[in-house]
Design a protein around this ligand. Sequence first.
Ligand SMILES: [Zn+2]
Length: 465
Amino acid sequence: MSLVVYNTLTREKETFETLEPGKVRMYVCGPTVYDEAHVGHAMSSIVFDFIRRYLAYKGYEVRHVMNFTDVDDKIISRANKTGEDPAVIASRYTEKYKAQLEQLNVLRPAVFPRVSQTIPEIIQMVAGLLEEDHAYVTPSGDVYFRVRSDPDYGKLSRRRLDDAVSGTRVTGSEEKKDEGDFALWKTAKPGEPSWDSPWGKGRPGWHIECSAMNLLHLGDQIDIHGGGNDLVFPHHENEIAQTESFTGKSFARYWLHNGMLQLKGEKMSKSLGNLVTIDDFLAQHGPDVLRLVIAGSGYRKPLAFNDDVVADGERALERLRGALRPATGSTTSGPVIDALAAQAAQARTDFEAAMDDDFNTAGGLAALFDFVRAINTARDAGVGGQPFGDAQAIFNALIGVLGLNLATPEAGGQSIAPFVELLLTIRQDLRKAKQWALSDKIRDELKALGVVVEDSAQGSSWRLG
Ligand SMILES: [Zn+2]
């Protein structure tokens, strides 16, 4: 069966055909690195990891690129608050996110480009856009993209220019020729990170980085461009405008967007303060549970994240683990063997049919649960040896597409959570009784064991340090 994917550009499911047979060029927008990453960030990385793994399962060679935005207003404002160098902050959270992706079992992209390492290519692209009159320089040295120079502007978000204009008014500058125009290059203010350019010292606007990184690492046309659906406008709309105006070719064939992870009905975000950090989640539940929570929801839908769905994820993990328990009998022929082989083939067919339908991981999981039941029934009927091993091998191949390893966590994973919580409760009582020395001792001893305790007005929290 052939794969169909939902393309935001056409608002339709389309048959997946790559620019080059057997090869996929996939770019996914990564995080702005200025603070702890939360499970909403992890959701996007995991969704595109499902996609990448399934494409590889189907035989494609996937070149996956994911960027880090390491030059940005948020990083600068954080640096101004803490007194650190913005580059130090960005590098710390970049390295941390890379380590978290590994913990989450996300396959490593071919390249992790960063804005600070792509400046010459960005400058070259801005210069090219200026040359063709798609951009202009303002008296203060900013460079803006001229949206009205692109007749297709708005094709991804389906906004007409006049609507787009009202959506961006808040960031309006006196020097813009049109409200919809957006910055390609910003003149540096004192104390901000800056680079020399033909327009004076400055730094890139946000959108141009992804256009330049695509061009540098994947070429002027790509197969899949991905990201969260909060990026459709203005980020991806502007990326298309810049790239297509620069190259004269159509940019990405398929625009894939994941839904937002929501906590209590709102998008999880730093500014709303409704966060579950990746560290906290991993310490308490491990990577498989997060993958199962995400796989159980459609990737394009918003994911309502709460204790119940996490508990469902834990239960799903236990069920799946059942399939890996060893055989206890040794029957290798007869009707029970034929039944198991048929059910294994059916599970594979159902799994592929679901995944071929726009990466329907929830349907894929349903096929896996049926398969677990079949394996358990076969085990109970005394099936063993090669036939049982063959069924488990197929099961392992399929859970691999979802990046699950089903390993039982070691101490240091979820099993320490109740004990740490207990210690923190006792410590809270000690603090109320002003027993500071004992309370500090618990914090310090935990730290020596790799558990970092943080106190705030709301109480204490902990993470693996
Ligand atoms: Zn981007």
